[in-house]
Design a binder for this molecule. Sequence first.
Ligand code: G3H
Length: 530
Amino acid sequence: MTTTFKDIPDKYKIKTLLHQSTYLVDGELKPWKGETAEVYSTISSTEAYKPTLLGTIPQLGKKEAMEVLKSASSAYKKGQGLWPTMKVIDRIKCMETFVKQMKTKREEVVKLLMWEIGKNLGDSEKEFDRTIDYIYDTIEAYKQIDRDSAKFEKNSGVYAHIRRGPLGIVLCLGPYNYPLNETFALLIPALIMGNPVIFKPAKHGVLLISPLLEAFQNSFPKGVVNIVYGRGRVLATPLMQSGKIDVLALIGNSKSANALQEEHPKGNRLRMVLGLEAKNPAIVLPDADLDLAVEECIAGSLSFNGQRCTALKVLYVHESVVEEFNRRFTYKVDQLKFGNPWEEGAKLTPLPETDKPAYIQELIDDALEKGAKIINKKGGETTENYIFPAVLYPVSKDMRVFKEEQFGPVVPIVSFSDIDEPLDDMAESNYGQQVSLFGKNVHTLSPLIDTLVNLVCRVNLNSSCQRGPDVYPFTGRKDSAYGTLSVHDALRSFSIRTFVASKDNEYNNAILTELLEKKTSNFISTDYIL
Ligand code: G3H
């Protein structure tokens, strides 16, 4: 797609480059004079296609990785640090200070989301707003957890005051498809529970963190938030090898998660919170409302060009309706508008990874060779930064597009005659995040639902797969996740129950009473935070 500088609305034009010349360590935005990397957008600003230079970021090395580790360790200070021992109410105040400042950066962040990862305007705004809501919801959920623990229990003559405490240093790595929302869905709960964090932005969607650096710096005590730039291998590997990372929080793919996990010398010390890849299927039964199924499968497979871990990545359609489904589905796919992210109605947008169109083309070629056809008119049309979604049918198990997580615009359709076919495939699959089930008859649906809930972690009835609302558990089986992320569950994932126990006798009870009256401990408290 070609565009010109004048076609770009003024407020979205890149007029000045953003040179990120600092990194956040020990509460300081430390200037970086070493190697830098240029950040390009695959969106062109000129008539003849040319990627647009957006700015530069530091390429930090092992030395800086060790520097931030020291900074985070000092903030934790063997559990005595200001942050891990701070009163819950005061940690919440820091978070409120941060979110207040973050809200003022909406325009800058949204603009960078569009340029850096090609997400359309509506979805970029949604990503920002959803993240703000996530932070407020997290604060409320933490207050509730705190209220629930503002008490003493007594069992077998022993009093217990049980709370959730931090785990230690968290290494936080987010994905490029939700560089703000998913990263913050790890970062925010990790922080609020009292853990210091080392955060490296994703490979795309890096500059959009820049407008927030000062807010991070001035909202939290020094060393609590550390932000580094550079290659994952260069920075994350030595951090893991140090054995001092207590939690690996990563949304990305299982290969990187496994590789990093293996670098850690103390397997039992390392906790993990992982959101990984998936190959969510849709199953369209003979009695499904086809228009509804088509609409949901379009949104499910092609929102943000299919670059979502929750995207529908294979559609199983019953043989009795497959012809009609394909006819309606391909018509709708070809109606989808491709354009730059700020263009009205643009549903398909440039792909941020320069090698993605070629990869998708490989999947298409492999499928065609093995007997599938592209059944929509525009399928596979290629431009410099895009490949129009190809709908492939009939897809069989020997094809790469059946096995690999395409994470991009290509939709494989498999027809089935017996429901055991998709069920067996799902049972054999390495993934187990979600499924979309389209149908109406409760006698057919019931046994299916009862089985599917044991193969994945969310069965979406007559709707596409998705993570939200964020209060619901977001997790998966097998290679799709480790741990659960919802507003509430994330707070649990980044903390551990820890308590003070005392035998019920006059001596101890007098001490506890005095502790409570004088409010000298930040941990022992029966105050309610409203
Ligand atoms: O990349 C995976 C995201 O968690 C998907 O979230 O379903 O809200 O797009 P979403």
